[in-house]
Write a protein that binds this ligand. Structure first.
Ligand code: HEC
Ligand code: HEC
Length: 289
């Protein structure tokens, strides 16, 4: 029930949270301890985040390492329809979705995603592994956390890796495409390690048109259209051509689509990245100021 009220609050776009309400809620929460009885303003940011989570009936805090690995998968498989941060686009917001809010560590979402709701336009992801779907689930929980607990999440330290090992990893796995010199002042560009980690794991597309996903669509009459993809599904693709004209094409028999993703190499890299390597690379790049 309380998760439904979160949905209503988030839908309204405002999250009114009073210390009094939190205090009342905490008393009935079995996990409450003496510290949580403190007034909201006297809490540390971590305590405040935990209190907000308990008040809203959210599950355990999101696993940030899993979420970081889930993000590129979400961008690849889900963002077209649900928006880059899951806040909704042509398909509904997932931040306020009961399916997401009721899930803990993928226990509901993995089976939901394997089946989808094909009759309603939500594809089945039967061939994506359960581990990858669990990482996508954690990415979604992190998006909920960011809406519910703005700011609190940044205080948790994610620089837990070994910088020397990270350096070795980068020269072994990244130098084929990037010179080491290109990372010289990398960390100076970000306000927090979270932003830095997101930037190297999943470089932002929005800032750079050269990174946009493009497609060449060959129509049954032999003509072709090329442009930036704004929407794609099994049934339809929308591209914006050089002149800025939008074309929505039904993927009927005889229509051939060839997609080009400049970040495909990063996608491949993420698939083989372990949590340990991820932490090490972030720790190394954090030293590059
Ligand atoms: C082609 C567009 C499309 C893609 C791609 C897509 N979805 Fe959906 N999704 C939808 C639509 C449309 C719905 C609403 C279905 C309905 O009305 O029941 C939906 C519903 C959902 C819901 C249930 C929301 C609710 O509370 O009812 C979840 C969760 C979800 N999608 C997650 C994902 C994830 C995670 C991915 C990527 C692995 C993904 N979707 C990819 C279109 C898409
Ligand atoms: C197979 C080639 C390839 C490999 C391997 C690769 N990248 Fe990339 N990377 C790219 C491409 C292509 C882009 C997008 C174009 C660009 O921004 O340079 C990119 C972009 C980036 C960006 C964004 C650029 C910026 O200035 O914001 C960062 C950061 C990055 N990669 C870090 C890494 C790290 C760290 C590794 C190794 C763990 C790695 N890359 C491995 C090809 C690769």
């Amino acid at each position: 029930m309380r998760r439904r009220s979160l949905s209503i609050l988030l839908n309204a776009g405002i999250l009114i949270f009073s210390g009094v309400a939190a205090g009342q809620e905490m008393e009935s929460e079995p996990a409450a301890n003496a510290q949580q009885q403190k007034s909201y303003s006297a809490m540390t940011p971590q305590q405040r985040a935990a209190a907000t989570r308990a008040f809203l009936g959210l599950g355990p805090p999101p696993d940030k390492a899993a979420a970081a690995l889930g993000e590129p998968l979400f961008q690849r498989d889900c963002a077209f329809c649900h928006g880059p941060r899951g806040r909704g686009a042509t398909a509904p917001s997932l931040i306020t979705s009961g399916v997401v809010l009721d899930d803990i560590r993928g226990d509901h979402l993995v089976s939901f995603l394997k089946k989808g709701r094909p009759d309603k336009g939500m594809p089945a992801f039967a061939t994506v592994s359960s581990d990858q779907l669990t990482n996508i689930a954690e990415f979604l929980h992190l998006q909920v956390e960011e809406v519910a607990n703005r700011g609190a999440y940044h205080v948790l330290n994610i620089v837990v890796g070994n910088a020397a090992q990270g350096h070795a990893y980068v020269s072994a796995h990244c130098e084929s495409c990037h010179s080491m010199a290109s990372f010289a002042h990398f960390a100076g560009r970000f306000r927090s390690p979270d932003q830095l980690q997101r930037a190297w794991i999943w470089p932002a597309r929005s800032s750079d048109p050269a990174l946009a996903i493009t497609a060449t669509v060959r129509l049954p009459n032999g003509s072709t259209l090329t442009g930036r993809v704004t929407q794609v599904s099994d049934f339809r693709i929308t591209v914006i051509d050089r002149e800025g004209q939008t074309h929505a094409i039904d993927r009927t028999a005889g229509v051939q689509v060839e997609m080009h993703d400049p970040l495909a190499a990063h996608q491949t890299m993420i698939m083989s990245l372990t949590n340990g390597a991820m932490h090490d690379v972030t720790a190394y790049l954090e030293t590059m100021r």
